[in-house]
Write a protein that binds this ligand. Structure first.
Ligand SMILES: Cc1cc2nc3c(=O)[nH]c(=O)nc-3n(C[C@H](O)[C@H](O)[C@H](O)COP(=O)(O)O)c2cc1C
Length: 212
């Protein structure tokens, strides 16, 4: 039987150089995201969000990217969840995309702020009804007695809002991570991968190659 220690792939698919990178990490991210869509990566907008408490105790989970532009990377969640509490005491966070079909990862680090209530409410109402009710039913990250408790809460809400618009909970909404650092990683043979980093200093993006 194969042991975990024997599991390894050699990455041979592509290379990535300064010539491909340009000096604008947002347009490079846009290109790589399109490549992930074209390659039919499953959930290309799934990303790890790493947060930490004020004293630096870290935590990470997968969430979905919902938009990005020059201002930042937008995601939606419960503001009172574990991540929400950590972001309220420490707005520094990191995002990580892994697109195995392309042998690529992208790191993004920066400062998180809440989206406007207007944007959160507007996105909330664009979600399927079931997801809207789910957000109302779940006090995300709290301990609950059992599965039935949440199913029961959902059932009551389904009845309550059968003929009414579902209100976006006050504790639910978007965050935007304004990037200060990007790293684009392309797997290469013999673990000698290509890594190009962009650091924002005084509004300008500085580009460096990192050792693999
Ligand atoms: C593919 C995938 C997408 C997810 N997307 C979201 C999301 O967009 N927002 C969210 O709050 N949780 C999302 N989750 C659930 C989170 O991983 C996590 O369980 C939840 O947000 C609670 O995290 P916390 O207790 O650390 O705050 C997703 C999970 C997976 C596997």
């Amino acid at each position: 039987m194969m042991t975990i220690a024997d599991l390894r792939l050699n990455y041979t698919r592509a290379s990535f150089s300064e010539d491909d990178a340009d000096f604008d990490p947002i347009s490079l991210f846009s290109l790589w995201f399109q490549n992930a869509l074209d390659a039919k990566v499953i959930e290309p907008n799934a990303m790890t969000l790493a947060t930490a408490t004020a004293t630096g105790i870290p935590s990470a989970r997968i969430i979905l990217l919902k938009a990005f532009d020059d201002r930042g990377f937008v995601f939606f969640t419960n503001y009172e969840s574990r991540k929400g509490q950590e972001l309220s005491e420490n707005p520094r966070a990191a995002l990580l995309f892994f697109w195995p079909e392309l042998e690529r990862q992208v790191r993004v680090e920066g400062i998180v702020t809440k989206c406007s209530r207007e944007d959160s409410v507007s996105y909330f109402h664009s979600r399927p009804i079931g997801s809207q009710l789910g957000a109302l039913a779940s006090e995300q990250s709290q301990i609950i007695p059992n599965r039935d408790a949440i199913e029961e809460a959902l059932k009551l809400l389904e009845e309550k809002y059968q003929d009414f618009e579902i209100p976006c909970p006050d504790n639910w909404g978007g965050y935007q991570l304004a990037p200060t650092l990007f790293e684009f990683w392309q797997g290469r043979p013999n673990r000698l991968h290509d890594r190009i980093q962009f650091r924002n200093e005084h509004g300008k993006w500085l580009r460096d190659r990192l050792a693999p």
